[in-house]
Design a protein around this ligand. Structure first.
Ligand code: NAD
Length: 327
C-alpha cells in the first residue's frame, strides 16, 4: 500500500499544533488522533509486547498525546502494558482510564468499587493520577445508580486529585444522553457511532454535548476492524452483510491505491467538533499509517465513493446493554 512520508525510526513530531483540540470545557488539549490501548491487552489477538511498547513511544514522539485504556481490556493486561510503556513518559500524555466494567459480563458501578478501582488502575498505570476517569459501558448498568452513586464517587476522586476530569462511555446514545442530562460530566466517549458505516452520533449526541459543553471522544473509527484490510475479529457484533460491505470497500480502495483505514480515518478527523478519534494501535506501522490519515491526500470525493459502497448497510446498530437501556 503506498503511503509515503513517515518512516520507521524517523524522529520528529508529525502532528502540528493545529492537530490538537480542546476536550469540551476541560483544559485538556487532546491530539485529534488518540491512541486506543485495547489492542495492548490482546483484545484483537496476541501482540508482541515489545512492539506494543515501541508503538506507544513512537506515538508520543510523533505528537500523539491522548491515551485511552480500561481495566477491562485484556482483564488488566492493557493497563499493565501501557503503564510499563509510559513509565518515564507519563507527564507527556493525557491519560484516560475507566471503571465499572471488569469482564464480558462483569460490571460493578458501586461507589465502593469506584474507589478501589482507581487505586488498582493507578498502580498498574504507575501514576498517582489520571487525567480522565470514565464510567465504562454505562448501558450495562443501572442508570439511576450511575447518576446517584457512580458519578458522585468519581467527583470525590476529582476533589482528592486522583482524577482531573470525569466522563462516561458506551454504545447506547440514549443512555449516554440520559445520564449526561442528569449528572454533569466532562466528556462522553462513544464507539462505532461515527464513522463511514454509522453516523447517528452527529444528529443524536452532538446537540446535547454542545448544549452542555461536554467534550466528545469518538472511538472505533475503523468500526473495530471492519474498515481495514485485515477485517474484524470473530467476536465482532456486526452481521455478515456489514462485513461483506467492508470487504467490498477495501477492494475498491485497493484498486484506487489507497488503504481503506486511511479513508475511514479521514472521514472521522474531518468532524470539527470531535475532540479526538481513538484508534486501537499496537504496532509502529499502524501509528505511521494512522498519522498519515491526518494529511489531505485522501480526497473527499474518494471518501464519498466509499460511503456510497457502504450505504446499503449504513447505520446498522446492534443491541448492547440492559434491555431498557438499548437504543
Ligand atoms: P478500532 O476501530 O480502532 O479498530 C482497531 C483494530 O484496527 C485493531 O485490530 C487494530 O490493530 C486495527 N488497526 C488500527 N490501525 C490500523 C491500520 N492503519 N490498518 C489496519 N488495521 C488497523 O477499534 P477499537 O480499538 O476497539 O477502538 C479504539 C479505542 O477506543 C479502543 O482501543 C479503546 O481505547 C476505545 N474504545 C472504548 C470503548 C468504550 O469505552 N466503551 C469502546 C470501544 C473502543
Amino acid at each position: 500500500m503506498p503511503h509515503s512520508g513517515l518512516k520507521p525510526n524517523q524522529k520528529g513530531r508529525a502532528l502540528d499544533k493545529t492537530k490538537y483540540r480542546l476536550l469540551g470545557r476541560t483544559q485538556l488539549q487532546v491530539s485529534t488522533l488518540g491512541f486506543g490501548a485495547s489492542p495492548l491487552g490482546d483484545v484483537y489477538g496476541a501482540i508482541d509486547p515489545a512492539e506494543g511498547r515501541r508503538a506507544v513511544h513512537q506515538a508520543i514522539d510523533e505528537g500523539i498525546n491522548f491515551f485511552d485504556v480500561a481495566p477491562y481490556y485484556g482483564l488488566t493486561l492493557a493497563e499493565e502494558r501501557l503503564g510499563e510503556a509510559l513509565c518515564a513518559r507519563r507527564k507527556e500524555v493525557i491519560l484516560a482510564t475507566k471503571c465499572g466494567r471488569y469482564g464480558t459480563d462483569s460490571f460493578d458501578f458501586s461507589a465502593q468499587r469506584v474507589h478501589t478501582s482507581i487505586e488498582d488502575s493507578l498502580r498498574r498505570l504507575r501514576s498517582d493520577y489520571v487525567d480522565l476517569f470514565q464510567a465504562h459501558d454505562v448501558e450495562f448498568g443501572d442508570t439511576d445508580q450511575i447518576i446517584k452513586e457512580t458519578i458522585p464517587a468519581m467527583r470525590q476522586l476529582q476533589e482528592q486529585g486522583k482524577v482531573r476530569f470525569i466522563g462516561i462511555t458506551g454504545y447506547s446514545l440514549k443512555t449516554l444522553i440520559r445520564i449526561a442530562e442528569a449528572a454533569p460530566v466532562d466528556s462522553i466517549l462513544t464507539y462505532c457511532r461515527y464513522n463511514l458505516l454509522v453516523d447517528d452520533m452527529e444528529k443524536v449526541l452532538m446537540p446535547v454535548a454542545e448544549k452542555h459543553g461536554i467534550g466528545i471522544i469518538n472511538a472505533s473509527g475503523l468500526h473495530m476492524g471492519i474498515l481495514t484490510e485485515d477485517g474484524p475479529p470473530d467476536w465482532h457484533p456486526a452481521p455478515e452483510a456489514v462485513r461483506v460491505a467492508g470487504r467490498q470497500a477495501a477492494e475498491f480502495c485497493r484498486e484506487h491505491r489507497v488503504d481503506l483505514s486511511e479513508v475511514a480515518l479521514r472521514f472521522c478527523f474531518d468532524h470539527p467538533r470531535v475532540a479526538s478519534t481513538l484508534v486501537g494501535m499496537s504496532t509502529r506501522s499502524h501509528v505511521y499509517k494512522n498519522l498519515q490519515a491526518l494529511g489531505d491526500h485522501v480526497s473527499s470525493q474518494l471518501v464519498q465513493h466509499v460511503r456510497a459502497i457502504l450505504a446499503p448497510v449504513s447505520n446498522y446498530v446492534w443491541p448492547s446493554g440492559r434491555p431498557e437501556n438499548q437504543d
